[in-house]
Design a protein around this ligand. Structure first.
Ligand SMILES: *Cc1c(COP(=O)(O)O)cnc(C)c1O
Length: 369
């Protein structure tokens, strides 16, 4: 069996070192917001090239707290994409804000700057943009940022699938006002449980995030602002410190696997393989290709023990929960076409070339028979 993802393999790869770190934390008797969290925050910020990182409980909270730190709240309009994890939109809703959906670039599956301009021309009350760097590839940040600066929009990057992705040599999360990361076990940088972080170059905002994640407390444990409980724990931070050391190597492995897929599949005209943006570094959180009859292929691969996935089956604006709480001012035609055609092949750093070649062989045997 070849799984679509395999978080346990990432643990086993560095089991001894992770186990030692966990034992150290257990022995210390200090389990929430301590030395490991502080060390991880410093190491992660340095790795990204940003001033501050603030550990939080998960990636959804990271987006919510970034929005709240920026002063976005009840009734405010926030532009984002519908082709994303539901989490992006849940975070906006948790602030009491209204998500306003923007269509995607069909080649890259991320926010289309032209569509953002069209949406804004119909709804100039938009105050913030949550840009999602989906599947490991960055959106067109230069254009989106130029537009956002003109209209004074807060820019939040959802980097939950883009640890290490870069454009023009600059990493995801370092472009906007805030970068939000998830360390869910299957992400490019994964903990052994939930975790997340917000990064920023703004020291005031970093301080506000530290307060927001813990009841709005100041140093004297007086709640100065309306906060929540969203802390990163010491065990997860210790695990993340080990895994961060191997993140570049892991991303390289993902790129190597994607090259095996690409060379083995590029001759099949029915498939549209992922396109890499010029001057960008794609970190292949997922290898997502398009195929008009993808459900048949998914079934055939499953019969041969190869698990694929669809990220995501339904655009967020069509989930029953969101119907009347979101705004859809423009056609989301590229989003709706994409969700009917996409298929995510097995992708995790420990996937062997042999298994990746097996995936290629079985696809070649089954496409369009
Ligand atoms: C995983 C993910 C999130 C949410 O992260 P959690 O840690 O699961 O809360 C947000 N956005 C995107 C695009 C994701 O893939």
């Amino acid at each position: 069996m070849i799984p679509q993802c395999n978080p346990k393999a990432g643990y086993l790869e560095h089991k001894q070192e992770i186990d030692n770190m966990i034992a150290r934390v257990l022995d210390s008797g200090w389990y929430i917001l301590g030395k490991e969290v502080e060390a991880f925050e410093d190491e992660f910020a340095a790795w990204l090239g940003v001033k501050h990182a603030v550990g939080v409980a998960n990636g959804t909270d990271a987006i919510e707290l970034a929005l709240r730190a920026a002063g976005i709240g009840i009734g405010d309009h926030v532009a984002t994409v519908s082709h994303t994890a539901v989490a992006t939109v849940s975070a906006i809703r948790r602030c009491g804000s209204i998500p306003v959906f923007v269509d995607i670039e069909p080649d890259y599956f991320v926010m289309d700057a032209d569509s953002l301009e069209a949406v804004f021309s119909m709804d100039s009350s938009i105050k913030a943009v949550v840009v999602v760097h989906l599947y490991g590839q960055m959106a067109n940040m230069p254009r989106i940022l130029d537009f956002a600066r003109i209209h004074d929009l807060v820019v939040i990057e959802d980097c939950a699938q883009a640890h290490g992705a870069a454009l023009n040599g600059r990493k995801a999360g370092t472009w906007g006002d805030f970068g939000c990361f998830s360390f869910y076990p299957t992400k490019n940088l994964g903990a052994l449980g939930d975790g997340g972080a917000v990064v920023s170059n703004d020291s005031n905002m970093a301080g506000k995030l530290c307060a927001l994640r813990q009841y709005g407390w100041d140093d004297g444990r007086i709640s100065q602002i309306d906060g929540v409980n969203s802390r990163l724990d010491e065990l997860q931070a210790a695990v993340l410190r080990v895994r961060l050391k191997f993140l570049d190597e892991d991303n390289k492995a993902r790129r190597r696997i994607s090259a095996v897929y690409r060379s083995g599949l590029e001759a099949i005209s029915e498939l549209k393989l992922p396109t890499e943006r010029e001057n960008s570094e794609h970190v292949y959180h997922q290898f997502v290709m398009r195929l008009s009859n993808r459900n048949d292929l998914i079934d055939k691969l499953a019969q041969e023990g190869i698990r694929c996935a669809v990220h995501y089956l339904h655009p967020v604006h069509l989930h029953p929960a969101f119907g009347y709480k979101v705004s859809v001012p423009v056609s989301l035609i590229q989003t709706e076409i994409a969700v009917s055609e996409i298929i995510s092949l097995p992708m995790f750093p420990e996937l062997t070339d042999k298994d990746a070649s097996q995936v290629v062989t079985v696809i070649n045997r089954n496409v369009n028979l």
